[in-house]
Design a protein around this ligand. Structure first.
Ligand code: P6P
Length: 336
């Protein structure tokens, strides 16, 4: 007889993926293979990140990426690992990366087989690497839109259409957080034998926590509603935590509650964070854990219909009550 799942059972990410697949008898296994490609890729990236200084990989490689940002060598390594691992999976039709201007259309001869698009930011917050700070990988999986004429158009689907989203945080430990639309599950890498071990299932974000996360250096350029919120929060005795790597800041919010924001600034009038491979995957995770993710009052991030794979969007996400506190002040300050 199948024993009841004991909390002491050791369940690896691989076992978890296969357990989930059994819920879909008609599944071909392609989706599971994509998730396992993300698992092995991020283990390899973790190994490089942990050895960065030793391998003298740090420091800019001299070239600039499509974002015009100084490209760290590890950005390139992480991007290559993901492209090579996903390229080998038959279910992947299109790959889009923060590091590549154009999406990569994988062999479309057997296009019927290839049902999925994978978007990712291979090493988000990589400028933290030089100071041994936290960095992360963020990924989003969409089904290829058969109706779209051009394959690239397949990518421009709203975040609500994601079939999976997640991140890996290379912090004091290496944590893989994943949702396939059935709640949020968390795994920690045991480096002794290279397996992600499940440590939590069905994570729920705390409904409130008097903590906000924003780069206050940009405060004077924030729209009035954000400045009103910060004044209110400080009067209420809120604390402030900001790592400057989205994966680290969002992971803290997911576990402890609070609100994370990247508002419009003078330098980035649409905010700095990318919709397709930063805001959307994080919004899916936060909503699956019972939180909220908005770009403006009444505008859920997952409802945005994208028109460019690198477009930016303002982000306010976290505990439902804490997001509401921000949205209420944005609405009150909104012109007209
Ligand atoms: P700032 C890292 O460069 C990143 O894309 C996100 O990971 C992070 O949340 C944000 O930018 C930090 O930006 O302007 O506060 O340094």
């Amino acid at each position: 007889t199948a024993h009841a799942q004991r909390s002491t059972d050791i369940v690896t990410l691989q076992a978890h993926i296969l357990q989930q697949q059994t819920r879909y008898p008609e599944a071909s296994g392609q989706f599971s293979w994509i998730l396992s490609a993300l698992s092995i890729s991020t283990k390899m990236i973790a190994a490089h990140v942990r050895r960065a200084r030793l391998d003298d990989v740090l420091g800019a490689v001299g070239s600039q990426n499509v974002q015009g940002e100084q490209q760290q060598k590890l950005d390139v390594i992480a991007n290559d690992i993901l492209l090579r691992a996903l390229g080998g999976r038959e279910g992947v039709a299109i790959v889009a990366s923060e590091e590549n201007e154009q999406p990569i259309i994988l062999r479309s001869d057997d296009s019927e087989q290839r049902k999925y698009c994978v978007l990712f930011d291979p090493l988000d917050g990589s400028s933290n690497l030089d100071v041994c700070g936290a960095v992360g990988t963020i990924f989003s999986i969409l089904r290829k839109d058969r109706r779209s004429t051009r394959p690239e158009a397949s990518l421009l689907q709203c975040g609500a259409k994601q079939v999976a989203a997640g991140y890996v945080l290379y912090g004091s430990s290496t944590v893989f957080v994943l949702t396939i639309g059935l709640g949020v599950d968390m795994f920690v890498l045991d480096p002794a034998y290279g397996a992600f071990i499940r440590v939590a299932e069905g994570l729920r974000i705390p409904p409130a926590n008097k903590s906000y996360s924003v780069n206050e250096g940009n405060r004077l350029g924030f729209p009035q509603g954000y400045r009103d919120y910060l004044s209110w929060a400080q009067e209420q005795g809120y604390s402030s935590r900001y790592v400057g790597a989205m994966v680290a800041d969002v992971h803290r919010i997911l576990l402890q509650g609070g609100v994370f924001m990247y508002p419009p600034t003078r330098k980035a009038p649409d905010g700095k964070l990318r919709l397709m491979y930063e805001a959307n995957p994080m919004a899916m995770l936060i909503e699956q854990a019972g939180g909220k993710a908005y770009c403006a009052p009444g505008q859920r991030i997952l409802d945005i219909v994208p028109d460019d794979i690198h477009q930016r969007v303002p982000v306010v996400l976290g505990s439902a009550q804490e997001v509401d506190h921000v949205m209420n002040r944005l609405a009150a300050a909104a012109p007209g």
